[in-house]
Write a protein that binds this ligand. Structure first.
Ligand SMILES: *Cc1c(COP(=O)(O)O)cnc(C)c1O
Length: 376
């Protein structure tokens, strides 16, 4: 079987797969399911260190981002879009769809945001309803300091929407310490549940902003307010995907039972970067590395498509290229969730060592050897 070492979707543990095959009830009518759903959301809140409420929506991570945007944005609203990566910039498209006016704050894609520079900008410009920031912008793997950025936005009365889809459970997120208003996660990244669910963690202020809108939310499926009173009214806006939620619950319990999860991600990411550097290859980022994904430049003389194909067809390891402005320029190694283990990352780096040799590109060191040395 092929090893999937892309930055999501990740491998799904057997107990999560089994949980999805359990006999189900009617999740609209069976009151016990409301308890189960709420307990699962509370578990999520606990793992994110927050008193804020969490909701699980039936849709991939993109639905979470769109729901945050649809629920907050009114026509004419000014929205600050913090752009130091492809997902960061992409949020502006959602804002436009819902009639808002995105204002981009664009910074170097090779590093995390400089909070001092952002502070200077906000001193001049702070008339925004909310701001969108990506915690880990997966195409480059940059991790932004939301623990500094969101409180800074708060000082100016700006709500924050954080895309934590590819960082959540690979990096410890303390939502209350961050004062983040909406934090979006996805089932298929470091949580290692199958694709299909998004998790939203929503502050009281964000819910109030939605309630105080002058215009109705221009969506039903992406309307967060439709979830607000589900427990009280014993009503969901649509039939909940109960099997997916059984799987998600088990994946959350796996995280809960794994106190080393964040330290392990960091150690594996540090060792992977070391391996790339010692092999004479180049990391895309100068600083701000997220421990869930490592992004390296495709060296001159190497064709990215050929490299990915060789990895896949000859060595049975799937890694990822990139899209948009980075198409063909970088390759991405995922080591998040269930993929963040020594055996799989060793196998991936061994395959990469061989692939570079096959393509006639000499490395200065074996990435596999450096990695194993660093993991001792
Ligand atoms: C994966 C991901 C999403 C969800 O998008 P898909 O690419 O459709 O899976 C959103 N934001 C970030 C930062 C992601 O990594």
């Amino acid at each position: 079987m092929k090893k999937i070492m892309t930055p999501g979707p990740t491998q799904v543990r057997e107990n999560v797969r089994m949980a999805r095959s359990l006999v189900t009830t009617n999740p609209d009518l069976d009151l016990e399911f409301y308890e189960y759903y709420r307990d699962t959301c509370d578990l999520l809140s606990g793992l994110l260190h927050t008193k804020n409420v969490c909701y699980i929506l039936s849709g991939e991570g993109i639905l979470g981002l769109e729901a945050a945007c649809a629920s907050l944005t009114e026509p004419g609203d000014r929205v600050l879009v913090l752009d130091n990566g492809i997902f960061g910039k992409g949020f502006a498209d959602f804002v436009r769809i819902y009639g808002g006016e995105p204002i981009l704050y664009t910074a170097d894609y090779h590093e995390d945001f400089d909070v001092t520079a952002l502070e200077a900008y906000l001193k001049q410009e702070h008339d925004f309803k909310y701001a969108a920031v990506v915690h880990c912008d997966t195409p480059t793997g940059v991790q932004n300091p939301i623990e500094k950025i969101c409180p800074l936005l708060k000082q100016y009365g700006i709500l924050s929407v954080v895309d934590a889809v590819s960082s959540m459970f690979g990096v410890d997120i303390d939502v209350d310490a961050c004062q983040a208003d909406i934090v979006c996660g996805g089932s298929q990244k470091a949580l290692s549940a199958p694709v299909g669910l998004t998790m939203l963690c929503v502050s009281k202020e964000a819910l109030e902003a939605m309630e105080q809108r002058k215009t109705p939310i221009a969506s039903f499926y992406a309307n967060i307010l439709n979830f607000r009173d589900y427990y009280k009214n014993k009503w969901f806006p649509y039939t909940m995907p109960i099997s997916d939620i059984y799987g998600l619950r088990t994946a959350l319990e796996n995280v809960q039972a794994d106190p080393d999860i964040h330290a392990r991600h960091k150690k594996i990411a540090d060792a992977t970067r070391r391996a790339i550097i010692e092999a004479g290859l180049k990391l895309y980022l100068r600083k701000g590395y997220c421990p869930t994904v490592t992004v390296m430049e495709v060296p001159q003389g190497v064709d990215s498509a050929q490299l990915l194909q060789r990895m896949d067809e000859t060595y049975g390891v799937m890694i990822a290229g990139c899209f948009d402005i980075l198409a063909g320029k970088v390759i991405r190694l995922g080591h998040m969730g269930e993929n963040a283990n020594i055996e799989d990352v060793t196998m991936m780096l061994d395959a990469l060592d061989h692939t570079f040799a096959d393509l006639g590109y000499p490395l200065k060191a074996s990435m596999k050897d450096v990695f194993l040395r660093e993991m001792k």
